[in-house]
Design a protein around this ligand. Structure first.
Ligand SMILES: *Cc1c(COP(=O)(O)O)cnc(C)c1O
Length: 347
């Protein structure tokens, strides 16, 4: 059976992408900042699917540009037919210049070597300055080149107001060396709250996904995702019966134990074993024992779930941010771990 004959109802796990929620999040970010948006869709759209996200954003006028990490990600978007400007954040490697031209991609220059790789090539680019991130960007020495279309920097600690104000000030000093440019950008999702007066665009990822980057985020965001997986077995285990590898959970009484087709290979971190909850309808169901590669066991004592029903991993009861916190990580990492075998659908 070819995989395109596998229908949605046969999918073991489904990620529903609410396109109107994405649109509303774009509008909320635009309304708050009054700046157009560089939508960061690197790493396959934070693991969600860059193609689906760009499809949702291609007709939204407030989204001006997509940003990706590397040439290959930009080429994938062009081959899929997306027309907006595409910024390649991760520098220019030797030999990449002709492909940047061919696919109409706009590189970010952060090092002398990137400039060398672009020598003699008629491609517009953005220059990045390091004002306190300690990653990419020129520290000092102003780059002047008539191909420069934009200047950018990146906040290392956007939740730290003092340090962010210091970076904003350093960026302002750098900009004194440039004439008015069409692209000046600094603020990521958490940084949008600084409303930097001299930037032209905001460069956001996480907030588009409806995940607020701080607990007191002032911009109203809508949940975008429902991630659900099918129950593939339910059985009653007797008292004193182990559940999963290494027997980290053992039943005390008899217990109805469900198996859901979603494991750490799908993105549910093993560190959530015996800790996290998934949801059956509106009821939280506890994860029992170790999460395995393709399956996770759940406590179904309190629910009348049947084989073939879905449980919710992410949705109205639980965000990526909340689940990531339980796993002692950040929503970015949790999202980037979502596997290819999860069926993505736009709703
Ligand atoms: C990933 C990234 C962003 C987006 O950050 P969010 O916190 O997701 O908004 C912006 N700028 C750069 C340089 C990035 O690497």
């Amino acid at each position: 059976m070819s995989s395109d004959k596998i229908t949605l109802s046969m999918s073991r796990s489904i990620l529903e992408i609410n396109t109107s929620a994405i649109r509303n999040n774009v509008k909320a970010l635009f309304n708050y900042s009054q700046k157009k948006i560089i939508a960061v869709v690197k790493a396959d759209g934070y693991g969600i699917s860059a193609l689906h996200l760009c499809k949702a954003m291609e007709e939204i006028p407030e989204v001006d540009t997509y940003a990706v990490a590397c040439l290959e990600e930009g080429v994938e978007l062009r081959k899929a037919g997306f027309k907006k400007k595409i910024l390649v954040l991760g520098g220019v490697l030797n030999g990449e210049a002709k492909h940047l031209l061919e696919y109409n991609l706009t590189p970010v220059v952060s090092h002398e070597e990137h400039l060398k790789a672009l020598s003699g090539v008629g491609v517009k680019f953005h220059v990045k300055y390091d004002t306190g991130m300690g990653r990419l960007g020129f520290l000092d020495g102003i780059i002047q080149d008539e191909r420069i279309e934009g200047v950018m920097s990146h906040l290392s600690s956007p939740l730290d107001e003092d340090f962010s104000r210091y970076q904003i000030e350093r960026f302002k000093q750098i900009l004194k060396h440039y004439p008015k440019l069409p692209y000046v950008h600094l603020e990521s999702s958490a940084g949008v709250v600084y409303r930097v007066p001299f930037t032209t665009h905001i460069r956001v990822g996480l907030a588009l996904h409806g995940e607020p980057p701080s607990s007191n985020y002032q911009i109203p965001l809508e949940r975008v995702y429902t991630l659900k997986a099918q129950i593939i077995s339910i059985k009653e285990l007797p008292p004193n019966h182990p559940v999963s590898y290494s027997r980290t959970y053992v039943t005390k009484e008899k217990k109805r134990v469900g198996v859901v087709a979603f494991g750490y290979a799908d993105g549910l971190m093993k560190s959530l074993s015996n800790i996290g909850h998934l949801y059956y309808k509106d009821t939280p169901v506890r994860i029992l024992g170790n999460i395995t590669m393709d399956m996770t066991m759940l406590d179904f004592d309190q629910v009348d779930a049947k084989v073939g029903d879905y449980v919710e991993i992410i949705g109205k009861h639980q965000s990526f941010t909340q689940l990531a916190k339980l796993a002692d990580t950040i929503p970015y990492e949790l999202m980037c771990n979502l596997s290819k075998r999860i069926k993505r659908v736009m709703v």
